[in-house]
Design a protein around this ligand. Structure first.
Ligand SMILES: C[S@@+](CC[C@H](N)C(=O)[O-])C[C@H]1O[C@@H](n2cnc3c(N)ncnc32)[C@H](O)[C@@H]1O
Length: 275
């Protein structure tokens, strides 16, 4: 397909899959129709839409942003410019949290997702744990609206609440599981970011002070009061932050601190347990 060749030449990979997604979105046709009707003319409107999508992609806008939807843990979620595009790396955090819930089963577990963004983590966990109830918090009102929409899309609206606020400041309850993928990029690293990230993910979702650790310092202070006895917390971390985040959690009083890796073999999750 010519479109795939143009994308590949611009280094946009996987080009064939991206071309397929853009074609489907521009024409409203499914792959099967596109193949069986390969000779049918695109039509002016579809051609113009495809041209626009291609232009945006060649200017580094991720396909998920162009489509307004993204895949996460087998779910299809809405994404807008106000939320982080959920990353495959974060699925490792979900898997770790689900394994923890299986090891320490409680009926009707209560889950708190701090910095919920699109609600991706909360949607994935609630879909996998049918009796769980989840609370998501975000500072961005626009992100809270997206999270609410995604919980509704996933059929989870009646098992979840979204609160707009500054981390756990307004939360007095305790939880069986606390999860968070906070911003963790240092301002010093901003210049080196991939344009697909720097230009299209919201700054509020990315940056956390000069060294990228500010949110962990803040969250660590609250975790003990937010966890029920035997509760666990799972924090996504940058792949070079394991030691620094471990130290922050140690200084906050935690002794049972475990770091685990993502599917790429990089340190990605710091977990603590409250006894
Ligand atoms: C890295 S994104 C994670 C989004 C989503 N949980 C995910 O994994 O795709 C971090 C989120 O934290 C939110 N955030 C930043 N500062 C915050 C604060 N002070 N209180 C609550 N949420 C905050 C951002 O708006 C953003 O949605």
């Amino acid at each position: 397909m010519l479109l795939a060749r143009v994308l590949a030449a611009a280094g946009k990979e996987p080009a064939a899959l991206e071309a397929r997604l853009l074609m489907e979105a521009a024409t409203g046709l499914r792959l099967l129709d596109l193949v069986t009707r390969a000779d049918a003319p695109l039509g002016d409107e579809n051609a113009a839409r495809l041209q626009e999508f291609l232009g945006r992609r060649l200017h580094d806008e991720p396909v998920s942003r162009i489509l307004g939807r993204s895949g996460f843990f087998g779910l299809e979620l809405m994404v807008t410019p106000d939320v982080l595009d959920p990353r495959a790396d974060t699925e490792s955090l979900v898997e770790g949290a689900l394994a923890f819930l299986r090891r320490t089963p409680v009926s009707r577990p209560r889950i708190l997702d701090l910095g919920t963004g699109s609600g991706a983590i909360l949607c994935a966990i609630l879909r996998s744990v049918p009796d769980a109830y989840g609370f998501g918090v975000d500072l961005s009102q626009a992100a809270c609206a997206v999270a609410l929409k995604n919980l509704e899309i996933c059929g989870l609206a009646d098992r979840s609440s979204i609160l707009c606020g500054d981390w756990a400041d307004a939360i007095g309850a305790r939880f069986d599981l606390v999860v968070s993928n906070p911003p963790y990029i240092g301002l010093e690293e901003a210049a080196g970011l991939d344009p697909e990230v720097a230009r299209f993910d919201p700054a509020l979702a990315l940056f956390a002070g000069a060294d990228g650790l500010d949110c962990y310092r803040r969250l660590a202070m609250d975790l003990a009061r937010l966890l029920k006895p035997d509760g666990g917390a799972f924090l996504e971390i940058g792949w070079r932050q394991a030691q620094a985040v471990g130290q922050i959690l140690f200084e906050a009083g935690f002794r049972d601190i475990a770091v685990s890796k993502d599917h790429g073999g990089r340190d990605r999750i710091a977990a603590v347990r409250k006894f």
